[in-house]
Design a binder for this molecule. Sequence first.
Ligand code: ADP
Length: 293
Amino acid sequence: MNLTISNLTKTYSNGVRALNDISLTIPSGMFGLLGPNGAGKSSLMRTIATLQDPDGGSIMLDGLDVLKNKEEVRKVLGYLPQEFGVYPKVSAEEMLDHMAVLKGISNSKQRKETVAALLNQTNLFEARKRKLGTYSGGMKQRFGIAQALLGNPKLVIVDEPTAGLDPAERNRFLNLLSEIGENIVIILSTHIVEDVSDLCRNMAIIYKGNLLLIDDPLHAIEVIKGTIWQKTIEKHELPAYQEKYNVIFSRLFAGKTIIHVANPNSPGEGFELVSPDLRDVYFTSIQNHLKKQ
Ligand code: ADP
């Protein structure tokens, strides 16, 4: 199973170019689409989910032309949108049963089994009689996955699912995602680098509608090995360092400011080589893109 996106473009009526000639092949397994807010992730997810049309380009799911066969695609699609509203007065079990009817599972015995299996899989079986309005953020997101998995989809899209979850809920949610299966295409869109490094075998970075990188995270990290340096500085020194060095990002650790600088060799005194992670890849990609502009 492969999803092939070719030359996808989208400009909204207000003039914002949300997708700028995006071409990308997404294989089976968990694929991370990483980018800051406003990068175009939701625009891309909504387009793949057949909810909006691009201005140009094509999307193929194996042999199926996604933009021309929306009904067909919807039968094999599971989608957890960024804003996933639930009916607060309905129980998870009732809601899932209702959604299963909409998905075309008309046999009531089969539906009952499917609903129970999904509630088990998402660890909501005990809470199945509770009204969705009483669910925590993490439970709502797990319910969102349960409904996305109805009807054994071949393509699952989850848009920014971990935003707003506390660390324990986020962990539980990512574990659940990781168990969904290797043989279907799962696209996880997120601005949280750790979501991608924890879960995804393949990834892309998008920024202001442009595709900056497609790679496997471990390889992308390997590529920048030996070029990322860090130094602990005083907070007020940051602007001067940014002026003088190629600072890709700064972070706080134990109240101190630590800068990461990309450079082929040591930038100077006090810098030490670090073992890069996906954050370094992410910020280096964005920095390189901005420099080209
Ligand atoms: P992300 O999901 O990465 O945060 P979006 O796809 O939501 O990015 O947005 C990409 C850009 O398109 C942003 O500048 C956003 O303001 C703009 N945008 C998104 N949806 C619309 C819309 N319906 N009308 C106009 N502009 C939009």
